[in-house]
Design a protein around this ligand. Structure first.
Ligand code: TRP
Length: 453
């Protein structure tokens, strides 16, 4: 595909864009991370705070990222250069986004690799006839085996590279059209199954009746970081995807749809998983292993359980792929647009780089389980903390400060489109990115680091 500045590729259709951006947003974050951090943070109150952050901070910042990318028609760095000039310090925000998405990919591929392994486990009947303890032990058996974990990590990254190599339309858009509907279908099936199980009532109560005493400063940072994580914000993804959009597209309804889709998937996944967890008398706060250690146990006792387990991990892997391609695309687009590299060279080198950088994460549960960095955390937890809790919120914060304080109002307004039908939109959005989002992000980070006492 020719990708010079004059023939920048664009999405084939609006639906294609929505599917690709929603495919980026919906991922391990919704199905692996959201349920386990909700479980760890006590349920209802955390969910409520998270929903508030999604609506008041996430959605406005998603709009800001789309607008910046669509205006620049370039990668995350190039878009800031188009807006502010080649010497502008704003280009560092773009670089930080490229770095964040690359680090995130290297970490993400490890977890996604576990999901690949579980497809094989489920398909070969590894769970059938086993007790809960035996099934839980399978997870430890997998992550403690460096060769297996690295094999799946590599395979996942290679798959991601192959899709990204296809380019924007051929690769990302075409795949999202297949992956997203499949995902919804499978998830709905699991959700309905969960709602007919005896755990449905407790799951609903756990997720929707808030107990605010369960919230700590760390829960707030977790909820904030997760709002960025789940909407793919703060790492240049939405800037890059926005840059493949035509000028006349009215973005607000699309951003709203993507946000609603993402939130629905997280809530459906949470309800499905918790109803199953409660029906089987399991622990909601089981931690990062929650999905892998509990889902298979529950499936064993269900009719068509083996098939459902395969479907579940296929779904999880699909979701992870449509997210990982969006992470890789950020740095691939940067090398193509700014350094003039070919798509092939950029993709192969970045894929290999992400593999090497991710290796310490893959080794965190085995060979290097004793190695700690960053306040006693292993590499895996340290990467997650650094990227999810700090880099993403800071990246999003800077994008919102740019849109709220530095972007020329006339330019910004005209980029928003749809001004006539929705005169309230610009003032509302501008207020949120100018005041609410930056103040909230800064306060939550200071609160966590203890500066606010
Ligand atoms: N949103 C995805 C998920 O929930 C992960 C993701 C993809 C992401 N691209 C991103 C997160 C960019 C932050 C930034 O799994």
């Amino acid at each position: 595909m020719a990708e010079s500045a004059t023939t920048r590729p664009h999405w084939a259709s609006r639906l294609g864009f929505v599917l690709a951006a929603a495919g980026s947003a919906v991922g391990l974050g919704n199905i692996w991370k959201f349920p386990y951090i909700t479980g760890e943070n006590g349920g209802g109150a955390f969910v409520l705070v998270y929903l508030g952050f999604i609506l008041l901070i996430g959605l406005p910042i998603m709009m800001a990222e789309f607008l910046i990318g669509r205006h620049g028609q370039k990668d995350a760095v190039g878009s800031f250069i188009v807006l502010e000039g080649a010497r502008s310090p704003w280009r560092f925000v773009g670089w930080a986004a490229v770095a964040a998405s690359f680090l995130l990919l290297s970490f993400y591929a490890v977890v996604a690799g576990w999901s690949f392994d579980y497809i094989v486990k489920a398909a070969t009947g590894a769970f059938s006839g086993r007790s809960a303890e035996e099934i839980s032990a399978l997870f430890g058996g997998l992550v403690s085996n460096p060769v297996k974990v690295i094999f799946w990590q590599l395979l996942f990254l290679a798959t991601t590279c192959v899709i990204v190599l296809g380019g924007v339309r051929g690769g990302i858009e075409r795949w999202s059209k297949i992956l997203m509907p499949a995902l919804f279908f499978l998830l709905l099936l699991l959700f309905v199954r969960g709602m007919f199980s005896p755990g449905a009532e407790r799951a609903l109560a756990f997720m929707f009746s808030p107990d605010f005493s369960a919230l700590t400063p760390t829960s707030l940072l977790d909820a904030l970081g997760h709002a960025f994580f789940t909407l793919s914000l703060g790492a240049g993804t939405m800037i890059t995807y926005g840059s493949y959009l035509e000028k006349d597209v009215d973005l607000f309804p699309l951003a709203l749809r993507i946000t609603i889709l993402d939130t629905m998937v997280a809530l459906l996944a949470g309800l499905a998983i918790f109803s199953i967890v409660f029906a089987a008398g399991l622990e909601p706060g089981a931690g990062p292993g929650l999905v892998f250690q509990t889902i298979p146990i529950v499936f064993v006792g269900l009719p068509f359980g083996a098939l459902l387990a395969v479907l579940f991990f296929v779904l999880l892997s699909f979701a992870a792929l449509s997210s990982s391609i969006s992470m890789l695309e950020v740095s691939v687009a940067y090398l193509i647009d700014e350094k003039g590299w070919t798509r092939l060279k950029s993709t192969v080198l970045l894929g290999a780089g992400a593999f090497l950088v991710g290796l310490p994460c893959a080794l965190s549960f085995n060979t290097w389980s004793e190695v700690t960095i960053l306040f006693g955390r292993n590499f895996f937890d340290a990467y997650d903390l650094l990227v999810s809790s700090y880099m993403l919120p800071l990246g999003g914060l800077l994008a919102s400060i740019y849109a709220g304080w530095f972007w020329q109002e006339g330019e910004e307004k005209s980029e928003l489109v749809g001004e006539v039908e929705r005169p309230w939109l610009y003032p509302l959005w501008h207020f949120l990115v100018r005041y609410l989002a930056p103040v909230a992000v800064i306060m939550i980070i200071l609160n966590q680091t203890g500066v606010l006492g």
